[in-house]
Design a protein. Structure first.
Length: 527
């Protein structure tokens, strides 16, 4: 807690809680609390005080381990009185164009300031004492690198000049200001760094603003763990991406000269900055002379409606979650965007906060998935020899559903459309690949494909596929097998029940139970 009013609120909540529990007949301290008594009190408490009570009890138990197990479980659970927000609409993310433009502007300002910083450092290497060798830009950089930020007035005082004399004798003070702003980052530059860092990491704004140098933990030369404080919960940490690591490295080098002259307390903060108008004063908290909207107007950032972009720092996080690249998550057991969020929070604040293009893409994915579920729910089409001979006459519903003509029926009956375990009604339908191209699906995928027809001639290959599943079951963990092959193994049992058991027993004698019987890629082999 860093505000007196916050402390007063917690003390007031504590007093009200203690008085209410005493009125209910509770005797003793927090260690003697029972779950029923605490439940009754929390139900009767508003959201704000319930949150404070839970946080205080959790902190007390963290230090003493004194709460009863059932009370500890209750304290760590969800609140009975959720926060009621007047504005229930979640912050919408920036669209792709504005999001890209915001990052481009930040990168451009950072790159320009970095170039000026490097030029000033190089000039300082070539400069000399300005009081002996003149007031050139190189000499001014040399002096500030060794003595800290200066302006024309402060430099002139050392030789007894008035502000007006110093201003004109130093070329109207331009070189002094240029050297100072190049060597010591200003509030405007810090805003660009913070916005870009938020766009790269998705850390909450208060967590970014309060970062200290000690909160950066290096794990090797290219990996960094950032510990930050999220106001609504507690301390959290995240491993940042390589580009965020490079950005932090650049900032640390960019602010290295400033840290040599700031006091120890200010130098330990990450976002150290200097204002040329307040000589020798170092800022680490919120800026007093630079607003984000002022920075937006100078940068010329426009929103989708052509007006100056309205930047909300929490929208940076929302946009990061909305636009982040998740291609490396496919196949993983992680089911949520952020493990620190509940599914409900993510659904309300991130998954529903999408741009129109993203909404269209999501709806298309949902429609396709629903179609897949409906198709997989259809029973397998297993035909006998007589059914194949009289396909068009005896199975009109099947012919209509699959869109078969006489030529296609002839090819199905004759085996020209056979794949490994079935006959395909339309190999170019594009259910598992580009439409108009041969289907690229693996042999077992046909078991759940609605275009598959299973004839007696496929029985041997179905037994070979069943043996392949058995070999995979023996070598794979159960959870992994069920995720990869489970639905197909279940479907093949349904299909084989439609075949003659005597014929299956005869064919089982010719199945060698080896991978050579099935068209497999090298990585799919079980041997």
């Amino acid at each position: 807690m860093d505000a007196e009013t916050t402390v007063e609120e917690f003390v007031r909540a504590m007093r009200l809680f203690a008085a209410a529990m005493a009125k209910r007949g509770h005797v003793g301290g927090a260690a003697e609390l029972t779950r029923p008594a605490l439940v009754e009190q929390l139900w009767a408490t508003g959201h704000r005080h319930e949150s404070m009570i839970r946080r205080m009890l959790a902190a007390f138990d963290q230090d003493t381990q004194a709460l009863r197990p059932e009370v500890r479980e209750l304290v760590g659970g969800r609140a009975y009185n959720p926060q009621r927000r007047r504005d229930k609409k979640p912050l919408l993310p920036y669209d792709e164009t504005v999001w890209s433009r915001l990052q481009e502007v930040c990168r451009a300002e950072i790159q320009e300031a970095w170039s000026q910083f490097r030029e000033a450092r190089a000039a300082a290497e070539e400069g000399r004492d300005p009081y002996q060798h003149g007031w050139s830009y190189e000499n001014l950089c040399w002096w500030m690198v060794r003595h800290g930020p200066e302006n024309a007035v402060s430099l002139g005082k050392r030789v007894g000049w008035t502000p007006t004399m110093a201003y004109f004798r130093m070329g109207r003070g331009g070189d002094a200001q240029r050297a100072c702003t190049a060597l010591f980052p200003s509030a405007s530059l810090v805003i660009a760094y913070q916005l870009l860092f938020g766009a790269y990491t998705g850390i909450v704004p208060d967590g970014i603003a309060d970062l200290g140098v000690e909160d950066l933990e290096w794990a090797g030369d290219a990996a960094m763990l950032v510990n930050y404080l999220k106001g609504r919960t507690a301390e959290e940490s995240v491993t940042v991406s390589p580009r965020a690591v490079r950005l932090v490295e650049r900032w640390l080098e960019h602010s290295a000269v400033s840290r040599r002259f700031a006091a120890q307390r200010e130098a330990s903060e990450l976002w150290l900055r200097h204002d040329y108008t307040d000589l020798g004063v170092w800022w680490t908290g919120p800026s007093r002379h630079e607003s984000i909207q002022g920075w937006v107007r100078r940068a010329g950032l426009k929103g989708g409606d052509g007006t100056p972009l309205r930047i909300h720092r929490h929208m940076i996080r929302t946009s990061f979650e909305s636009h982040r690249d998740r291609k490396n998550w496919f196949g993983s057991g992680r089911g949520r965007i952020d493990p620190n969020h509940s599914p409900r929070v993510e659904g309300d604040h991130y998954l529903t906060a999408a741009t129109p293009a993203q909404k269209d893409a999501l709806e298309a994915i949902v429609e396709e998935a629903q179609g897949d579920l409906l198709r997989k729910a259809l029973p397998p089409t297993v035909l006998s020899d007589d059914d194949l001979a009289q396909l068009a006459e005896n199975l009109p519903e099947l012919v209509s559903r699959l869109g078969l003509d006489d030529a296609a029926i002839a090819e199905l009956v004759g085996g020209q459309r056979d794949v490994f375990v079935a006959a395909c009604a339309d190999p170019l339908a594009g259910l598992h690949g580009p439409k108009g191209k041969p289907c690229p699906a693996r042999p077992w995928v046909c078991l759940l494909c609605p275009l598959s027809l299973f004839a007696p001639r496929h029985a041997a290959n179905l037994l070979r596929m069943k043996a392949f599943f058995a070999r995979q079951w023996r070598q794979m963990p159960a959870a992994q097998f069920m995720a990869v092959f489970g639905p197909y193994a279940h479907r093949i049992e349904q299909i084989l029940t439609s075949y003659d058991p005597a014929e299956l027993a005869r064919l089982a004698t010719v199945v060698t139970d080896t991978d050579d019987e099935i068209p497999l890629y090298p990585e799919e082999r079980t041997a």
